[in-house]
Design a protein around this ligand. Structure first.
Ligand code: COS
Length: 379
């Protein structure tokens, strides 16, 4: 049962990702945050390491290492830089969605370019200014004109939406509600697709989050991903998997905060002894450890279910809810243990605190996760 023992391949991937993350990703995190940018070469290096298609078949350039391995990999990258981890996670999600729902020609044309890092990521263009938690109410519209679809609308909160090589764009092709939605693959730089300026965010500043304006974006009917009217289900399936990614990202941020808090508590002396010698601080560290371990097990369970081809929506929601909330409690305590120093940008824990907050918001807020869990529970 992988929940309790990783197999040798998973262990190997975890160790290799840790070495890469600590050697190549962690050192530039502050600089990238200040520059508000992840250079394309970082994405290419992720591709070389197999980290942009961890759960994608090798014939499409993926590592074919499975979902448990994906959890371990995202966690390691998030420990080093959570902004790189979100770019990685969204690109994996886009590559997986195209692999699962795309025709062979769509898979061949997009997935290897995503997994290799040739594309500076993929973008998931579902949310809109007026449709976040309720994606069934999107108003972007695709109208059929001869053999083409013409898409018009506005998207919002699109990770890497200014640089991604391919966009999955959701639009209304039929009536109201969840049944009238389809999705399309739109190339970067397509006529009429105009990204906005990156939002000024509280955290994850190196990762760009933009709006998208779509004006008469004309695509051939072959650009549709999946069947007409299947868009909502494709989005839900993708988000179920995406939630495992956010849970893993939260774990990485939390683990790093715990490590920093632990070493600070052992070094910093007050009243003639290290902070850690006070039970008040040692117990905080104990609680932080337990919370992250519990979150890890929930996340591994959701990953294992997905990897085994079983239904995992509720488990992914539980993993995302608990991991993101646990990580937020952990980073808050980590700042507390650092005292005044933790409130300065000189100490890394401040960035972790800011980066962590959004894990309770994106890919479905904590409230949406509770809704998903409660619905299955009461079904
Ligand atoms: N997997 C596959 N299909 C799913 C599904 C899932 N996880 N969840 C719902 N569906 C299907 C339902 O079975 C239903 O199918 P039928 O019409 O054939 O019965 C259809 O989708 C509509 O489902 P439902 O009526 O439950 O849709 P709701 O509009 O009530 O939405 C929630 C349900 C709240 C779960 C959904 O809107 C959601 O996840 N919201 C959060 C979105 C989000 O994460 N936003 C962040 C954007 S990414 S940054």
């Amino acid at each position: 049962m992988p929940t309790f023992a990783l197999n040798p391949e998973q262990e190997l991937l975890e160790q290799a990702t840790r070495r890469f993350a600590q050697g190549r990703i962690a050192p530039g995190a502050k600089e990238r945050e200040e520059a508000h940018r992840i250079p394309g070469e970082v994405i290419r290096e992720l591709g070389e390491q197999g980290l942009l298609g961890v759960n994608v078949r090798s014939e499409l350039g993926g590592a074919q290492a499975g979902v448990v391995a994906y959890v371990l990999a995202v966690r390691e990258i998030a420990r080093a830089d959570a902004a790189v981890a979100v770019t990685m996670a969204v690109t994996n999600m886009v590559a997986e969605v195209i692999t699962e729902f795309g025709r062979p020609d769509q898979q061949k044309s997009y997935v290897p370019r995503l997994t290799s890092g040739e594309f500076v990521g993929g973008a998931f263009a579902l949310s809109e200014p007026g449709a976040g938690s309720d994606p069934g109410s999107i108003s972007t519209k695709a109208t059929r004109q001869g053999d083409d679809w013409v898409i018009n609308g506005e998207k919002m909160w699109i990770t890497t939406g200014d640089e991604a090589g391919v966009y999955i764009v959701w639009a209304r092709t039929g009536g109201e509600g969840t049944k009238g939605m389809s999705c399309f693959l739109v190339d970067r730089g397509h006529n009429g697709l105009v990204p906005g300026k990156p939002e000024e965010k509280m955290g994850l500043r190196a990762s760009h989050t933009v709006s998208l304006s779509l004006t008469d974006v004309r695509v051939p009917k072959s650009a549709m991903l999946g069947d007409e009217g299947q868009g909502f289900k494709i989005a839900m399936t993708a988000l179920d998997g995406g939630r495992i990614g956010v849970a893993s990202q939260s774990l990485g941020i939390g683990l790093e905060a715990l490590a920093l808090a632990k070493s600070y508590a052992k070094e910093r002396k007050q009243f003639g002894k290290p902070l850690a010698d006070n039970q008040a601080i040692a117990f905080k560290l104990a609680d932080m450890t337990v919370e992250l371990e519990a979150a890890f097990l929930l996340t591994l369970r959701a990953a294992w279910l997905k990897e085994s081809g079983k239904h995992f929506s509720q488990e992914a929601a539980m993993a995302k809810l608990f991991s993101s909330e646990a990580a937020n409690r952990v980073v808050r305590e980590a700042v507390q243990i650092h005292g005044g120093y933790g409130y300065t940008e000189e100490y890394r824990v401040a960035r972790l605190y800011r980066d962590c907050r959004v894990t309770q918001i994106y890919e479905g807020t904590s409230e949406i996760q509770r809704l998903v869990i409660a619905r299955e529970l009461l079904e």
